[in-house]
Ligand binder design. Structure first.
Ligand SMILES: [Zn+2]
Length: 121
C-alpha cells in the first residue's frame, strides 16, 4: 500500500467540468512537460536509398515544441515494417516527390568582404 499518494501523482491539470469543447490533455511532453494531445501523424523513412512514407501513425504531439511520440504498439509496428523493408504490406498509394539540389542555390562565399567595402572609398 502506498502511503497517501493516490491522486497526487496525476500530472494533468484539473479540467473544468462545464468546458465541453476542451480536448482532454494527454501525458506531459518529455521535453517541455506541457500536456500533449493525441494526433495522427506521418513520417518519411530512408531505407536502402529509397524513401518510404508512412501515414496514420497514432501519436502524442506537443503543440509547444512540436515533438512527436509514438506509443509502444505504434513504435513496434513501425519498427517491424521498417525492418522488413516495407515488403510485407501493400502501399496505400504511391506519390511523386520533387527533388531539389541546394548546391547551385547557395550564393558564392566572399573571402574578404571587408576589403571590398573599402574598395569604393
Ligand atoms: Zn514539448
Amino acid at each position: 500500500m502506498l502511503p497517501g499518494r493516490s491522486c497526487e501523482d496525476n500530472p494533468l491539470p484539473p479540467q473544468p467540468d462545464n468546458n465541453q469543447q476542451a480536448v482532454p490533455a494527454g501525458p506531459p511532453c518529455p521535453r517541455c512537460e506541457r500536456p500533449m494531445q493525441a494526433a495522427s501523424v506521418k513520417t518519411a523513412i530512408w531505407r536502402r536509398k529509397r524513401l518510404f512514407v508512412v501515414e496514420d501513425i497514432p501519436a502524442q504531439v506537443c503543440a509547444h515544441c512540436m515533438e512527436q511520440f509514438y506509443d509502444e504498439a505504434a513504435a513496434e509496428t513501425l519498427r517491424r515494417l521498417t525492418e522488413e523493408g516495407f515488403a510485407s504490406v501493400e502501399p496505400l498509394r504511391k506519390m511523386q516527390v520533387p527533388v531539389y539540389s541546394l548546391a547551385p542555390l547557395i550564393p558564392p562565399q566572399r573571402e574578404t568582404p571587408e576589403e571590398e567595402l573599402h574598395e569604393h572609398y
